[in-house]
Design a protein around this ligand. Structure first.
Ligand SMILES: Nc1ncnc2c1ncn2[C@@H]1O[C@H](COP(=O)(O)OP(=O)(O)OP(=O)(O)O)[C@@H](O)[C@H]1O
Ligand SMILES: [Mg+2]
Length: 248
């Protein structure tokens, strides 16, 4: 029986959220499992992704946090190029880390992920349903059952036929995503879940607009070669360059 989820968006308001524990601590986000119970007593399991708050308040502070954070920040600006910072004023605010710039950055985490996943869900790509977001949390469909969450593809034990099936679903999913003009931007066997024979795409805060972002094709190439290499190492060869070319 498939217990992936009851449609979370059907739980009538007002609802109550009960934390069921940490699914995964993350570098950038903490993933909690919650049970949402609606006014009529119906309930469903959901995932709450809480972004680690960015405590940085000035550029100097950012540098004092060390190279890793500083480069993550530069990375961030690069990702956002041509997406929401078309206005020079906004770009400068982020570079200077002004209060306004920080608010723009915060929105990156939840608002952007919600927008991208909504657009992709509409196209039929298998992504968890994006339920809602606030400044620092994002609530989405849980992939798994009461006994446990779906494993990351990297940790799922796939036989040769399942691996071929996953590769097929990956290629179809990429075609759908690129067809809609989106690049995941951090695609790997850790940001794909495997559940009851289906491949789920997750983790989209850094997703970028292929047409608007001058780095779009580079990120797409990196995504594609990265996952192609993983499949190849696992015994299902995928020609990353050919796949990349076919997507364009
Ligand atoms: N909707 C979901 N259903 C089940 N498990 C999930 C779901 N979303 C996330 N997870 C689990 O939490 C992990 C981290 O989620 P995600 O990739 O979205 O965040 P992250 O910012 O990449 O965190 P990290 O940097 O630790 O990987 C996933 O690899 C997966 O194991
Ligand atoms: Mg991830």
């Amino acid at each position: 029986m498939s217990t992936v989820n009851q449609p979370a968006w059907l739980v009538p308001e007002p609802f109550l959220d009960e934390p069921l524990g940490l699914l995964r601590p993350g570098k950038e986000a903490q993933i909690d499992l919650i049970r949402r119970t609606g006014a009529d007593g119906s309930s469903c399991l959901l995932v709450q992704k809480r972004y680690v708050p960015r405590t940085v308040s000035a550029k100097g502070e950012l540098e004092s946090l060390g190279i890793e954070r500083a480069s993550a920040f530069r990375h961030d600006v690069q990702y956002r190029e041509g997406r929401q910072f078309r206005k020079t004023r906004d770009r400068r605010a982020v570079e200077r880390m002004s209060a306004y710039g920080r608010r723009l950055m915060q929105d990156r985490w939840t608002g952007h992920e919600h927008r991208v996943m909504s657009a992709l869900w509409e196209t039929g790509l298998r992504v968890p349903y994006p339920v809602s977001y606030t400044e620092d949390t994002f609530v989405l469909q849980y992939v798994g059952d009461p006994d446990g969450a779906a494993p990351q593809l990297a940790r799922a034990q796939l036989g040769p036929r399942e691996l071929a099936d996953a590769a097929h679903q990956l290629e179809a999913g990429l075609a759908l995503m690129v067809g809609e003009g989106w690049v995941h931007g951090d695609l790997s066997a850790y940001n794909l879940l495997w559940w009851e024979g289906e491949l789920w795409f997750i983790d989209f805060p850094q997703a970028l607009d292929l047409a608007a972002n001058p780095q779009g094709l580079n990120f797409l190439h990196r995504d594609v070669t990265n996952v192609a290499q993983w499949f190849t190492q696992k015994g299902h060869p995928i020609d990353g360059e050919a796949l990349f070319a076919s997507l364009l």
